[in-house]
Design a protein around this ligand. Structure first.
Ligand SMILES: Nc1ncnc2c1ncn2[C@@H]1O[C@H](COP(=O)(O)OP(=O)(O)O)[C@@H](O)[C@H]1O
Ligand SMILES: [Mg+2]
Length: 271
């Protein structure tokens, strides 16, 4: 059996075990199909390399199985909890719908023509976004490594169970104004410190810890503030924030007003 085959077998076994433990009601054959999609030869090689270099020690289970990526709970070289996000190498749609997020990013000037290279760039960019945000003190998972289409970051949860996102919980009403302030503070720090806009901000991408602290996740679509799509995305992010917290009974301003508070100017106005 080759190294990759052994690794694949091990990953599969791990996954089956975890899935059983979690009592996922998915049939084995279905699971096989999804796995086949993730573990193309080169992705497997990448995972193998990461394990060889001691950056990933062990895989446990799937935290999330999306159309374009899967997130695993894993252990890092020093036993730390990791979330490993693996982008699937699949449809050409991926590139088409994402080019606007990459265009005019001063940190990445060449947009690859090759589809696989484009996804590698997408993963590298998410890593860089997380890193820039983390360094600016924005509450995001600390990024650990990125290699090809595999990204490792701090696992936001405990004992292999992720914390819930804001849409998944019902909290006491008094808590929402506090969380709203935290979100606005995070968006400001992201804008001013990291020069980034989240780009997909909503209650689905905000974790809440047992200590009632927020953590922003999924910075794959984040763009730099100087990119052409920046204002449009910031306004959309803020609309989502205002809509959600308004619904939770928080007194919220107009999104345009909030935009001004964050950016120090009005949307679509040249500074
Ligand atoms: N650092 C993390 N710790 C724990 N769970 C995570 C982490 N990052 C992502 N997840 C889980 O995986 C899901 C998908 O990840 P996300 O980055 O939002 O990718 P997608 O592009 O599929 O939305 C999240 O909704 C969350 O449940
Ligand atoms: Mg998401």
């Amino acid at each position: 059996m080759s190294k990759e085959d052994r690794l694949e077998k091990r990953l599969r076994e791990r996954e089956y075990r975890y899935e059983r433990e979690q009592r996922y009601l998915r049939k084995r054959s279905e699971l096989d199909e999804v796995l086949e999609e993730v573990f193309d030869r080169r992705t497997l090689m990448t995972i193998y390399e990461l394990m060889n270099r001691g950056q990933i020690k062990d895989f446990y289970g799937v935290v999330s199985a999306g159309k374009e990526s899967r997130v695993y709970y894993a252990k890092g070289g020093k036993g730390e909890d990791l979330a490993v996000k693996i982008y699937l190498i699949t449809s050409a749609e991926f590139k088409k719908s994402r080019s606007m997020y990459i265009a005019y990013d001063p940190r990445f000037q060449r947009v690859p023509r090759d589809f696989r290279d484009f996804i590698y760039l997408w993963a590298r960019r998410e890593y860089r976004n997380l890193d820039d945000a983390y360094e600016a003190g924005v509450p995001v998972p600390k990024p650990y490594f990125v290699r090809n289409n595999v990204l490792g970051m701090a696992f936001i949860g405990e004992d292999g169970k992720r914390y819930p996102t804001l849409n998944e919980v019902e909290l006491e009403a008094e808590l929402y104004p506090k969380l709203y302030s935290q979100v606005v503070e995070a968006v400001k720090k992201l804008y001013r410190g990291a020069r980034l806009i989240h780009g997909d901000l909503s209650e689905y991408n905000i974790f809440i810890t047992p200590g009632d602290e927020i953590v922003l996740i999924d910075l794959s679509q984040a763009v730099r503030i100087e990119q052409p799509v920046a204002d449009q995305l910031l306004l959309r992010d803020l609309k989502n924030v205002v809509r959600f917290f308004g619904r939770m009974g928080v007194e919220v301003p107009d999104p345009e007003e909030l935009f001004e508070e964050v950016a120090g100017r009005r949307p679509f106005e040249v500074s």
